[in-house]
Design a binder for this molecule. Sequence first.
Ligand code: CAO
Length: 426
Amino acid sequence: MSLIEIKVPDVGNVENIDVVEVLIKAGDQVKLEQTLAVLETDKASMDLPSSAAGTIHELFIKPGDKVSEGALIATVLTSDEAGSVAEPAEPVQQAAAPAEKAPEPVAQSVAATPELKLEISTGSTSTHAAHATPAVRLFARELGVDIQKITTGTGRKGRILKDDVKSFVKKVMAEGTAQSGSGIPSMPVVDFSKFGAIEEQNLSKIKRLTGQNLSRVWLNLPMVTYHDEVDITEMEAFRVALNGEKSKDDVKITGLIFIIKALVAAMEQFPQFNASLSADGERLIFKKYFNIGIAVDTPNGLVVPVLRDVNRKGINELSAELAEKSNKARLGKLMPADMQGGCITISSLGGIGGTAFTPIVNAPEVAILGVTRAKMQPVWDGKEFVPRLMLPLDLTYDHRVIDGAEGARFMAAVKQYLGDIRRLLL
Ligand code: CAO
């Protein structure tokens, strides 16, 4: 038995080299040429191979240390068998800036791992090659992981560590059932705490379910959003007059109720908007009832209560029902039945603001109407500019069911009803 000292070999007159990773600990068995540590200069990172086979007796470095040529790395207890000691090995260079005085890479080692990519770390230049030691690459290969797919490493300067490979495998396994066969690349896992203080909070159940549903719709429906605006000056005057007649305990009428009525009138005219595509995508299922979903913002997330048989109800009745259902929604008291059976949904942000947005269809419905804030605008009437109250509308539709021209005609009908609400009586 003899004790062999492993030292930093000649790395080309470079001093104060960073120790970025130590891959062994006292008591480990090491083979000849096995990587013991990873060193890094401004220009290159290199694996430090063992020049002896045996047991690590003592370790003299840790990550973060700085070493120079001749520094003691570890002592190895060898069995004195032939071949257990070699000449001090050259470090295997993984990265080198071109035309610098850095040491030559060991050709055989590079050839032995042909997928090893040269990584240039010149400060401002970045490379997309995975930044990992041969040992980590080997570990990834053994698990069948393409290391290029691990976009963030938690090691120094973004180096991919064994733990990153393990986290990647866990993430892929967790996503396996949900995403199998979709072929959609997963999002990178980012450790935000590296950049500052963070706090984690679980999503509410509603947010989680809404998120799943929205993602499913986004991936399954080819959606188009059509934007337009409608002159609601007269409608607003009528609404204000109606509210003026009400006592303070009565439910006030908001513009949304007229939009709901106009939408249903347009659906009666264009039945394909009151339809759903069959599961095999071969047939349209037309509905003979007119139920409108209203997206309601609640502290726990978005919910969509449904107003039923809107075609058979008047403005006052609908106002009372909307007030009741949106209150229940905010108190978390809606029953599943309150949120089922919708034909089209309205998402109104008008009470908050906005000029336009692109709502996502509440499939299996085929369209959704987005509403943002009405505002006074100068409108040319053929002779002069006159102040008119203009309401922006956004219609997103499932393009498998609705053609662009149909979408535009449908919106023209909605506008006609809202522009002159007397037409709702026809
Ligand atoms: N333009 C201008 N003002 C509008 C407006 C519009 N398009 N829509 C509403 N307003 C006004 C109302 O007249 C009311 O004014 P007053 O306070 O002076 O009476 C005020 O804004 C608040 O209205 P409201 O939002 O309480 O009532 P509503 O009937 O318009 O909407 C509801 C009801 C339940 C849809 C709404 O409260 C809500 O929750 N909106 C958010 C929905 C949401 O988050 N959608 C996003 C979905 S993301 O996909």
